[in-house]
Design a protein around this ligand. Structure first.
Ligand code: ATP
Length: 449
């Protein structure tokens, strides 16, 4: 097993053991392509979503947000082209019956080698198009009129609310609508942990612009995505732009840049930045019969805006953030307090850490220490995103446990605290402890959040 695969294995097991991510339907042997998020994983995802929301909605004046329904009228998916074209080429092995995405396995077979099953070497069927939308039924009727789809992307919820948004807020171009929510794709081969799941979350923006200005906005969003990646602690050197050539882009796109990340299992797509032209609004205008054009007050022009779409997968973001943060290192003897110590640590940016600070009484069996530590803990709860109290085990073990889940700050209450009101504040990355007055904890931590 390669070191990188080994790293993924270590990370997956850490995330399960410490309650970030569990296999879906675990006690029934799992359900391929689904994952359940535990307490710490939920907190991590919340922090990522919050940063995204801050950067792309709250810190700007040209963005609004939306939370559209997951099940949409089937007409939406006919108009968007998904019923017709949202498919991957499927091949099946005639011997072992396993199924594969043709585009994923055939390029790896090499020139001159016939298409054979990568598992058993058996002959493969001709590729056929497999639609990845999950179908369901609405209401009690069982004819074709009751068919509905779980959304395979959040984007269409935004397009069908374009007019509602114009009518409600009267935004001026350029402006964007941002949405976070679940998407569902019946992937032929879900794999690589959170990377390719059948149920996942997206953070998408549709940014509406004047047609002739699309290139400058595309360029701005390209830069903003680099800014985002840096903000969430993913090293710039691990991110690579790939211009998607003609013929390989999605049916709606006139230009796409994939942002790829060096995942432990290889360089793969993290995000997509697409220029969708007026494809979606024009299609929906035509199919629904509702005018989705924009009227420019200044020039008097009426036209269908064009769209730049930065599309971010939340699960892939979490995986890239965790893989970037995961480290095994050794704290020197001076900071470890005795022999140097090996540890596993998640060097998450403090703004993303599921727990911002943990408070410990030095000893569990000294009621006066426990009471003071609880007081400090209660004072921190309203001031910081998430605080934890832990009095279990020796202090070194408690530090190691917090390192493993990426807690940037640990606060220890000892006998000096009772005497002079100071606590020790320990920094996760260096292991260095400093003594500060208890009233200064919030200020010291908040600067990093
Ligand atoms: P891929 O080529 O990897 O299947 P895609 O190009 O079809 O991805 P998009 O349709 O551009 O993906 O989706 C936008 C974003 O949603 C992706 O960049 C990714 O972050 C996320 N995403 C897409 N499919 C999945 C999935 N099956 N599991 C997790 N995240 C996904």
């Amino acid at each position: 097993m390669s070191a990188e695969n080994n790293k993924l294995g270590e990370l997956v097991s850490l995330l399960k053991r410490r309650g970030f991510v569990f296999p879906g339907s675990d006690i029934y042997g799992g359900l391929s392509g689904t994952w359940d998020w535990g307490h710490l994983g939920v907190l991590l995802k919340e922090r990522i979503k919050n940063e995204w929301h801050k950067m792309f909605v709250r810190e700007r004046e040209d963005m609004v947000t939306l939370d559209a329904a997951l099940i949409m009228n089937a007409e939406v998916w006919k108009a968007s082209g998904h019923v017709e074209g949202f498919s991957d080429p499927l091949v099946a092995c005639e011997k072992c019956k396993r199924r594969f995405r043709a585009d994923q396995i055939i390029p790896t077979l090499g020139v001159g080698i016939g298409p054979h099953c990568p598992e058993c070497g058996g002959p493969l069927s001709e590729p056929r198009q497999f639609n990845m939308m999950f179908e369901t039924r609405i209401g009690a009727a069982e004819d074709s009129s009751s068919v509905a789809y779980l959304r395979p992307e959040t984007a269409q919820g935004i397009f069908v609310n374009f007019k509602n948004t114009l009518d409600a807020y009267h935004p001026k171009l350029p402006f964007g609508i941002a949405q976070i929510g679940k998407a569902f794709r019946n992937e032929i081969t879900p794999r690589d942990f959170l990377f390719r799941a059948r149920e996942f979350e997206q953070m998408e923006i549709e940014y509406f612009v004047r047609p002739k200005e699309w290139e400058e906005h595309f360029e701005r969003w390209r830069m903003l995505l680099h800014g985002w990646v840096a903000r969430i602690g993913i090293p710039e050197s691990a991110v690579h732009e790939v211009e998607v050539p003609d013929g390989e882009r999605a049916h709606y796109s006139r230009r796409t840049i994939d942002f790829e990340y060096d995942f432990p299992f290889g360089r793969k797509e993290l995000y997509g930045l697409a220029y969708r032209g007026d494809y979606d609004l024009a299609q929906h205008s035509e199919r629904s019969g509702v005018d989705l054009s924009y009227s420019d007050e200044v020039t008097g022009e009426r036209f269908i805006p064009h769209v730049i779409e930065p599309s971010l997968g939340l699960d892939r973001t979490a995986l890239a953030v965790l893989a970037s943060a995961y480290a095994e290192d050794e704290l020197g003897a001076t900071v470890a307090g005795g022999a140097s110590e090996k540890r596993t640590v998640l060097r998450l940016p403090p703004a993303l850490a599921p727990i911002s600070a943990a408070v410990f009484p030095l000893l569990k069996n000294k009621p006066e220490l426990v009471a003071r530590a609880r007081e400090i803990y209660r004072a921190l709860v309203p001031a910081l995103p998430a605080v934890m109290f832990d009095d279990n085990g020796n202090i070194g073990k408690r530090y190691r446990r917090q390192d493993e889940i990426g807690t940037p700050w640990c606060i220890t209450v000892d006998f000096d605290t009772l005497a002079d009101g100071t606590v020790t504040l320990r920094d996760r990355d260096s292991g260095v402890q400093t003594r500060i007055p208890a009233e200064e904890i919030v200020a010291a931590i908040q600067t990093s959040l």
